[in-house]
Write a protein that binds this ligand. Structure first.
Ligand code: 5GP
Ligand code: ZN
Length: 122
C-alpha cells in the first residue's frame, strides 16, 4: 500500500471508480478516459510500481492476474471469437508511457474503429 497512490486509493475505496470486479488481490474498473469502447484497468491491490519490478517470485499472483483477463473482457463487452478480441497493455516506466505508477493492465476492446488515443492498428 502506498499512501498517496491514486490506484491504491481506488482499491481502498477512497476515490470513486466504476468497479466491475474485485477480490482479495485485484480490482478492475473502467478507465476514466477510455481509449476504446471497452477500456478496463486491472490492478493488484498490492502496490507494485510496474512490470519493471516483477520477478520470478511474482509468478503466482501475476499468473492469477493474467487469467482474469479473458473473463473480464468477455463479461464487459469485448466481442467473442477470433473476429472479436481485446488488447492487453501494460505501459511500464516513463519510456513505456506509464503515467500512473501502480502496475495496471489496460484491457481494450469493442467494435472498430476506435476513436481513442490508442492507435487503431498499433
Ligand atoms: P498509464 O498511462 O499509466 O498506462 O494509464 C493510466 C490510465 O489511468 C489512463 O488511461 C487514465 O485515463 C487512467 N486514470 C488516471 N486516473 C484515473 C482515475 O482517477 N480513475 C480512473 N478510473 N482512471 C484513471
Ligand atoms: Zn498504488
Amino acid at each position: 500500500m502506498s499512501e498517496n497512490c491514486i490506484f491504491c486509493k481506488i482499491a481502498r475505496g477512497e476515490i470513486p471508480a466504476k468497479k466491475v470486479y474485485e477480490d482479495d488481490d485485484f480490482v478492475v474498473f473502467h478507465d476514466i478516459n477510455p481509449a476504446a469502447p471497452v477500456h478496463l484497468l486491472l490492478i493488484p491491490r498490492r502496490h507494485v510500481v510496474s512490470m519493471q519490478d516483477v520477478t520470478a517470485e511474482d509468478a503466482g499472483w501475476l499468473g492469477r492476474m493474467m487469467t482474469l483477463v479473458p473473463r473480464l473482457a468477455a463479461e464487459n463487452g469485448c466481442n467473442p471469437g477470433p473476429d472479436g478480441g481485446f488488447r492487453l497493455m501494460a505501459n511500464s516506466g516513463v519510456e513505456g508511457g506509464q503515467e500512473v505508477p501502480h502496475l495496471h493492465f489496460h484491457i481494450l476492446g469493442g467494435s472498430r474503429p476506435w476513436k481513442g488515443r490508442v492507435a487503431p492498428n498499433a
